[in-house]
Design a protein around this ligand. Structure first.
Ligand code: ACM
Length: 691
């Protein structure tokens, strides 16, 4: 399947498949790849030679070697950088320095050639060198001779110039180490924009020296000092990542109003928001004092954040604060404004002038796309691809986020299928298509803490990174999942914690080291999808609710359930291959005793007790599926009523409990239907998000 997509590469890939097993685990998949024979050893004397005049190459090479040490377990005294005419195993040549601050659209292409004797990496700019070095790191594999990189030639360049991840540091504060390790992982999959959502109702997260009550009263003490912000920007820059700050206004702004209630449309006092959703408070767009404040504030932040782009949010203003203030109504009337949209457009135009005054290009969510907004603003589309198409058609540059919301807990395949150039954007003219800069995934932080945020971003983000970097025809789902699995493990060495924290959280919930049965169950569970976590909760979650339960631990996508479904799909499609049924039986037999095996932990832990109904369902469904196989083996039709009874059980088992879903239900339904000789159908996921 994997090789079939790359038809023309079939022959060459077979060569590599023979000499190197498994196949190349590159993600994003490069634009062009020609495997060769043999491999280059990575041994403790491995030396990097720098060619090219950019002094920055030295630190780029040091960061690379540090990464290589993490991927191989070698020491700081191993793996060196040399310059000039010295010999080495990896020669790096950058033809020009990249810019500081990094600019949108800089050349990121590179060529990497590896032979059994040496590797050469050349790029028009140092940014291309960074991208090529990440490819080199992904090529490192273990062999009978130790670590090697397979011989290969790769010519690569990105499809889109804007490939981003947004992290919401407001709803839950994400400390510096969380941001830095995620920047490392972003660099590892060639992302180039970190969009930092720094203020919202639940917290104002940056130190302002001009308006210190913003962080002092709006953050619970959880904010980044300007020094930390500068460090993070430098850290990102060293990895080829731009940092775009977002200060959300005029809505999503309650945390500003705690210290500065005069900014608001209604009298205070205000307190930090704890709940989630759309809040009523909004800044007052009718008063000059609001713009005086914003001028000073944006001036300060425009200096702190060197990027060309400055995001002002602009989303989800419900207008209630404006409707209820007679002075605002009078103002609107006097200026011939017929709707709150007109008032928001007025606000946006005035703020845009301020942003432009400080030399920046304004960016905002698609709600800012209102009449008379200057054409140089960038629209971030979150409400659907149509708004991206509309923006491009009207001459605005845009980036796609709709379809890339990681907080909706959708499977990787769903995000992977979303392309900035399909759907309503597909019919745009080539000139309009040029306006679409790329895409950005969004990690909204209602339900993530510093502890589990990585598990909601990774590894799914890597597949979105591929969508934004690789050629449009790289779409094979099976190949993606195969490589994603390897990249997920590889990311452990990069430093993100989606795998390590999973085990830690399981042990903590169990109060025990022996987590085999709990892990067996949680491996098959996923958090409920979309916004149903909020809808299902009997006590509404807030930013103070602990995130230490199974729903916070279970991965967004159960790979075990996906693999089991693959096996069942093959089994019911036939012809049945030898060993298939034995594999199904072994799996089902293990799951059948889950409830019994988990009971001792449930007896001592509330967290385990909470998912015992899921465990009991897993056991009963596995028993039903084994019965189904028995009927098939005996060539017997199940007795009247059996199928209906089992299907009812499956339906019930697939309902959310403790805000998690048991993901083996659809496959088990298929086994039951198959043995009963009825049509095999796909069970729809309950409470699926509107995407
Ligand atoms: C958004 O999700 N309100 C941008």
């Amino acid at each position: 399947m994997f090789f079939a997509v790359f038809g023309i590469l079939l022959l060459a890939s077979q060569v590599i498949a023979e000499t190197h097993s498994p196949a190349l685990n590159l993600m994003p998949w490069p634009a062009s790849i020609k495997p060769a024979t043999g491999s280059l050893p990575i041994d403790p004397t491995f030396t990097v030679v720098l060619k090219g005049s950019d002094p920055r190459l030295q630190s780029v090479a040091e960061i690379f070697l540090n990464d290589l040490r993490r991927h191989t377990g070698m020491l700081a005294t191993n793996l060196q950088v040399a310059t000039g005419s010295q010999a080495g195993q990896l020669e790096i040549q950058s033809n020009a320095a990249s810019k500081n601050p990094q600019q949108l659209g800089e050349d990121e292409s590179y060529t990497l050639t590896v032979t059994p004797v040496k590797a050469e990496l050349t790029a028009p700019t140092t940014l291309g060198v960074m991208r090529g070095l990440q490819t080199f790191l992904q090529l490192v594999e273990v062999s009978p001779q130790g670590f090697v990189v397979p011989a290969i030639t790769i010519d690569d360049k990105p499809r889109f110039e804007w490939r981003g991840l947004m992290i919401d540091s407001s709803r839950h504060f994400m400390p510096v180490d969380v941001i830095e390790r995620n920047l490392d992982a972003m660099a590892a999959v060639k992302l180039n924009v970190f969009h930092w959502h720094l203020s919202d109702n639940q917290g104002f997260r940056v130190e302002s020296k001009k308006f210190p009550k913003l962080q002092e009263m709006g953050s619970d003490g959880l904010y980044y000092t300007q020094e930390q912000v500068r460090d993070i920007i430098a850290y990102a820059h060293e990895r080829g990542i731009r940092v775009v700050p977002e200060f959300d206004m005029p809505g999503h702004s309650t945390s500003w109003l705690v210290g500065y209630p005069d900014l608001a449309s209604n009298p205070g006092p205000y307190s930090i928001g704890r709940e989630f959703g759309v809040f009523d408070p909004a800044m007052d767009p009718t008063r000059d004092s609001t713009y005086k404040f914003l001028d000073k504030f944006i001036g300060e932040m425009a200096k702190l954040f060197p990027d060309q782009f400055f995001h002002i949010g602009g989303d989800e203003v419900n207008g209630k604060a404006w409707d209820s203030n007679p002075k605002i109504q009078e103002f609107m009337h006097a200026h011939g404004m017929k709707s709150n949209n007109d008032l928001q457009a007025y606000f946006t135009r005035r703020v845009q002038k301020i942003v432009a005054k400080y030399g920046k290009t304004m960016e905002g969510w698609d709600e800012i796309l209102l009449p008379e907004i200057p054409k140089d603003v960038v629209i971030q589309s979150w409400r659907g691809q149509k708004s991206l198409a509309d923006a491009a058609h009207q001459g605005y540059r845009g980036i796609l986020s709709s379809g890339y919301y990681l907080d909706l807990i959708n499977p990787t395949s769903a995000h992977y299928a979303v392309d900035p150039f399909t759907g309503p954007t597909a019919s745009l003219s080539d000139a309009d298509k040029q306006k679409i800069l790329g895409g950005e995934a969004c990690m909204w932080a209602e339900y993530v803490s510093p502890e589990n945020v990585d598990s909601r971003i990774w590894p799914r983000m890597a597949a979105i990174a591929e969508r934004l970097w690789s050629p449009q025809n790289i779409t094979d789902i099976n190949s993606m999942y195969e490589r994603l699995s390897a990249v997920n493990t590889w990311l452990d060495a990069v430093g993100v914690t989606q795998n390590t924290q999973y085990n830690m959280m399981l042990r903590r919930m169990a109060g025990d080291d022996d987590i085999g049965a709990l892990r067996e169950l949680v491996d098959l569970l996923e958090p409920v999808k979309g916004y149903s976590r909020y809808q299902l909760a009997t006590t509404k979650p807030t930013s103070l609710t602990p995130m230490n339960r199974v729903v916070d631990t279970a991965r967004p996508e159960s790979i075990k359930a996906r693999e089991f479904a693959g096996l069942v799909n093959a089994f019911v499609a036939g012809p049945i291959k030898p060993g298939m049924e034995a594999e199904l039986r072994a799996q089902l037999t293990a799951w059948k005793s889950n409830a019994e095996n988990l009971q001792p932990l449930a007896a001592k832990s509330w967290f385990v007790q909470e998912v015992m109904p899921q465990s009991q369902n897993l056991s009963s469904l596995s028993a039903a599926a084994l019965q189904a196989l028995d009927y098939l083996d005996r060539g017997e039709k199940p007795p009247a009523g059996w199928e209906q009874q089992q299907l009812t059980l499956v339906q019930q088992a697939y309902q959310p409990k403790a805000q998690v879903l048991l993901m083996v239900c659809p496959a088990i339904q298929k086994l039951i239907q198959y043995s009963a000789g009825t049509q095999v159908t796909e069970l729809a996921i309950p409470q699926r998000a509107a995407e």
